[in-house]
Design a protein around this ligand. Structure first.
Ligand code: PLP
Length: 417
């Protein structure tokens, strides 16, 4: 596929972004189109953001109407869409369990949602138990964002080390290891932050046993349990919150990616006892929770907080799982599909040339009209819009099959079971 762009060859975005960025012109359903009219089946959804697909008149109409009425007021005032969304989110249940969320802090990104979460955990610990209870625990292969606080909680040295020194008091433990958790966690911890599916770190799923250990030990040591549902929340796993699937009982939940249908918005849901410890001015955001993003988010919430919608996501997710299992059976270097719901991965078995092979898979897919993502070092991540049809899943998986075929021929000898 060729793309014609006035910017071909160079751009003025920083060098931390790829030199050959695809310039996308518009989208429709689960399809994206570049300036030359080439179309791409989007199985990445803007990194698990565009849950309801592209070209949504309903969302555009809500945003346009709200923009004509009022775009911004800051946190010194509020608006009706902000208050209504905060009310809906604070009434949310995690499966049958009522977490008693009393308040919602709005920000603009996943990292900001987690910054708010750990600030609330620390201020709660300071005010309820004193300043020595300040440590924060996170897990190997977890990812919580790139601001200095969220980065301090992200274990992978690749993201962290160039920016050190970071926030003191951050400790890492192995994921899904209840015995190690028991060893590490003590009364000096203010909070623990964890993902139910490690979206960036290789798509490992939390076990129910580990969820139970987190619930129990956070309770014992009076540490605030934070579920980072930035990637897994709002239907991605076929449930409103992934925490429901393992009976995790968080005091705080962070949400962002799909919350406002592609507009930047995050929400940090906090339980009553934390809210009771907050004072005026403890935290804030100029843009967070403005009327445009929250008006759109109310519509997104109405769509995803629906048992029929979620059952349909689960149905299509099992179709995707079946197709991915077929790829595993056909290619010896493809491992068992990992992840959950419509956040799935295919591990690739490769030796020293792994990085080249992963790049070749993603580039070759793009050349053939399919956009997929990477997770960790060796997992092809598939996170399509939640509205993808079975036929579109079949189409994407058949492109992926031919991509794996040609990469297998190109890298013969470097791929293993
Ligand atoms: N938390 C998780 C689980 C994520 O997957 C991400 C982004 O991928 C973030 C936090 C950071 O979100 P953002 O890039 O919007 O700051």
């Amino acid at each position: 596929m060729t793309e014609t762009s006035p910017f071909s060859g160079e751009h003025n975005l920083p060098r931390n972004y790829a030199a050959d960025l695809l310039t996308i012109d518009h989208g429709d359903g689960v399809w994206l189109f570049d300036r030359a009219g080439n179309r791409y089946l989007d199985m990445g959804a803007g990194i698990a953001v565009n849950a309801l697909g592209y070209g949504r008149d309903d969302l555009a109409d809500i945003a346009a109407a709200q923009m004509r009425r009022l775009i911004h007021v800051s946190n010194l005032y509020t608006t009706e869409p902000t208050l209504r969304l905060a009310q809906r989110l604070s009434q949310a249940r995690i499966g049958a369990w009522d977490p008693d969320f009393a308040a919602v802090h709005f920000g603009n990104s996943g990292a900001e949602a987690n910054e708010a979460a750990v600030k609330y955990a620390r201020v709660y610990a300071h005010r309820s138990h004193g300043g020595s209870k300040h440590k924060l625990l996170s897990f190997h292969n977890g990812f919580h964002g790139r601001t200095m606080g969220a980065l301090s909680l992200t274990h992978n040295p690749k993201y962290r080390e160039p920016f050190e020194p970071l926030v003191p008091g951050c400790v890492y433990a192995p994921f899904n290891d209840a015995a190690a958790l028991e060893q590490v966690l003590d009364d000096s911890f203010a909070g623990v932050i964890v993902e139910v599916v490690q979206g960036e770190g290789g798509l490992s799923n939390m076990t129910p046993e580990f969820a139970q250990a987190l619930n129990r030990l956070c309770h014992t040591h009076k540490a605030i349990l934070i579920a980072d549902e930035v990637q897994t929340g709002l239907g991605r796993t076929g449930h409103l919150f992934a925490s429901e699937t393992v009976a995790l009982r968080p005091d705080i939940v962070s949400l962002s990616k799909p919350l406002a249908g592609g507009l930047p918005l995050s929400a940090t849901l906090i339980s009553r006892r934390i809210n009771q410890q907050l004072n005026l001015g403890d935290h804030g955001s100029t843009f967070g929770g403005g009327p445009v993003t929250t008006a759109v988010a109310l519509r997104v919430w109405e769509i995803v907080d629906d048992s029929a919608f979620l059952a349909d996501v689960r149905h299509r997710a099992s179709h995707l799982e079946h197709r991915l299992s077929q790829l595993q059976q056909r290619f010896p270097f493809v491992g068992k599909p990992c992840g959950m719901g419509l956040l799935r991965g295919l591990p690739i078995g490769a030796g020293q040339r792994l990085a080249d092979i992963m790049t070749a898979i993603l580039d070759n897919a793009r050349e053939n009209g399919l956009l997929v993502l990477r997770s960790g070092s060796n997992v092809i991540r598939i996170a399509p819009p939640l509205v993808i049809s079975e036929g579109e899943i079949d189409e994407g998986c058949s492109i992926l099959a031919s991509v794996l075929e040609s990469v297998a021929a190109q890298f013969k000898g470097d791929l293993y079971e």
